[in-house]
Design a protein. Structure first.
Length: 40
């Protein structure tokens, strides 16, 4: 199982940065959306 995790990590290493940026973007959108009623 550990071998499979390492193998999949190596295969998806190119897209990890994009996935991380997407996660940050979604988090920012969620936080802004939750605080929007306070700003209006």
């Amino acid at each position: 199982m550990l071998h499979q995790i390492k193998s999949s990590f190596r295969r998806s290493q190119d897209t990890l940065l994009q996935d991380g940026l997407g996660l940050v973007a979604l988090t920012v959108i969620l936080v802004v959306a939750l605080h929007l009623p306070e700003l209006i």
